[in-house]
Design a protein around this ligand. Structure first.
Ligand SMILES: Nc1ncnc2c1ncn2[C@@H]1O[C@H](COP(=O)(O)OP(=O)(O)OP(=O)(O)O)[C@@H](O)[C@H]1O
Ligand SMILES: [Mg+2]
Length: 267
């Protein structure tokens, strides 16, 4: 049985001009321990798939029109509100595309990290919570931990914020980590550091990773399997070696031939 199985998922947004079919009948399986990449140009529906897995579609103003998302035997789309709290942040967590909007600007970073522990472990003492927060920060190799702990997020660099979010995402030792464009907006050296870090954590913690990116090089280099999305559909899903050496779909052939980073104007 796959660890995560998405079946016939469709997601829509209501826009002023009509309905946007962001995800249109998408199915895929992710096996335990695998690195699964979702690639595709901007607007192809990658983040909407992640929102549905994380049950964040209501917050995004999206509607799930059809589908099932199994985490082991549990259909995530049927969870009660109380049960979602047992899964998200604990078994499945996510590093978001835009770190600043997921850090609270008026609460010190350290407090937010401790809160992420507390929500899922209400019985831990203050010092145990502090210890866990410190150990998560250590895992993401943040120098100058004490200062960062006592800072507000706007005082931190992009790479530091991305590390903080990574620390918060792994703090309760999830089984599945979804990373949505974890390196966008970071310079090349920091991008590499963050990717190396995620892979290192995968090795240490036995994580199953879903990496969402428009950068085909990242998918080719770091994933076992790749799904290529176009206009809300998965047009090819195969072992990454095949996708990048011997793609079947014409569009995927063009992408992998023409360029490694998808140009925005690509149809
Ligand atoms: N909150 C929203 N309201 C209305 N439409 C939305 C909303 N979020 C996304 N969309 C639309 O849904 C489609 C898929 O968007 P999505 O963010 O999933 O794409 P993406 O592949 O993650 O793109 P990117 O690479 O730019 O992050 C797009 O057409 C987008 O305009
Ligand atoms: Mg996105």
């Amino acid at each position: 049985m796959p660890l995560l199985s998405v079946k016939n998922l469709s997601v829509e947004y209501k826009a002023s001009f009509g309905v946007v079919k962001a995800v249109d009948g998408v199915s895929f399986d992710v096996e335990k321990g695998e690195v699964f990449a979702i690639v595709g140009r901007s607007g192809s529906g990658k983040s909407s798939v992640a929102s549905a897995i994380m049950r964040l579609t209501d917050i995004d103003g999206a509607q799930i029109k059809s589908g099932e998302i199994f985490y082991r035997e549990t259909d995530l789309l049927k969870l009660s509100f109380d049960d979602t709290r047992k899964i998200y942040g604990k078994k499945i967590s996510m590093i978001f595309q835009d770190p600043q909007s997921y850090l609270n600007p008026v609460i010190k970073v350290g407090k937010q990290i401790e809160e992420a522990v507390k929500v899922h472990n209400p019985k831990l003492s203050k010092s145990e919570i502090k210890e866990r927060a410190a150990s998560a920060l250590k895992k993401v190799n943040l120098d100058d931990m004490q200062r960062i702990f006592n800072s507000y997020s706007h005082r931190l660099s992009g790479g530091q914020k991305q590390r903080i979010l990574t620390a918060m995402a792994i703090i309760n030792e999830p089984e599945i980590l979804i990373a949505d464009e974890p390196t966008t907006g970071l310079d090349a050296a920091v991008q590499k550091q963050i990717l190396d870090l995620i892979k290192e954590l995968k090795g240490k913690m036995g994580l199953t990773l879903i990496i969402i990116t428009h950068n085909l090089k990242i998918a080719e280099k770091h994933s076992d399997k790749t799904a290529v999305m176009r206009s809300g559909k998965i047009i090819e899903c195969a072992p990454s070696k095949e996708i990048f050496k011997n793609p079947k779909n014409e569009y995927v052939k063009q992408l992998t031939n023409v360029s490694y980073s998808l140009p925005e104007q690509m149809p």
